[in-house]
Design a protein around this ligand. Structure first.
Ligand SMILES: [Zn+2]
Length: 190
């Protein structure tokens, strides 16, 4: 299976900042406030779990630039106090700790690419998303809760990285890191 290296992207800071500045959510409502019980509530901006006792916000979020029939809107959690956005990274975010996720490809006009959606095991999310990018129709991949459908984060193809087995193609891969995904160099792709 060919595929690409992937980068996990958190909610853009602009989206979170609008809420922290007192703005309404995607449905025009003020955020609901709650206090974490530490039961594994992932903040979509820092991609960390909201610690027990910390206040958080529940908002309707639409991670799409335009309102098409495919622009799903749903509930997400956000730290009530501004947090640092998770750095874009090829590493699976800490907030993704459920056994499985719904992973689905979208076109550059933000529509579902049919046939790409699948519930995949947590450990296979990167590999599955990377494989979806072999389809040129897939511009980005969204990760959603397999049980609740809530948006978790976005995945982009890392166009800077071509990996051939056993070889890091750019710096940024830790020496000795396990690269178990069978990426091939573009020149070898068929
Ligand atoms: Zn946060």
């Amino acid at each position: 299976m060919t595929g690409k290296a992937v980068i996990f992207e958190a909610m853009p800071t602009g989206d979170a900042q609008r809420i922290w500045d007192g703005g309404p959510d995607a449905y025009g409502n003020p955020p609901e406030r709650a206090v974490s019980d530490g039961s594994g509530l992932p903040c979509r901006h820092c991609l960390q779990m909201i610690a027990d006792g910390k206040p958080y916000l529940i908002i309707a979020y639409r991670p799409f630039a335009s309102i098409t029939p495919y622009a799903e809107t749903g509930p997400v959690f956000l730290h009530a106090d501004p947090c640092q956005r998770a750095e874009s990274s090829g590493d699976l975010p800490q907030s993704l700790d459920s056994p499985s996720y719904l992973v689905r490809g979208y076109s550059d006009d933000q529509r579902i690419v049919y046939g790409t959606g699948s519930v995949v095991a947590r450990v296979d999310v990167s590999r599955y998303a990377g494989a979806l990018f072999a389809n040129p129709a897939v511009a980005f991949v969204d990760v959603r809760s397999a049980s609740n459908n809530c948006f978790q984060c976005r995945i982009l193809a890392d166009e800077q990285m071509d990996i051939i087995p056993g070889q890091a193609a750019r710096t940024g891969i830790k020496p000795g890191a396990q690269i178990s995904v069978p990426y091939r160099h573009k020149a070898q792709s068929t």
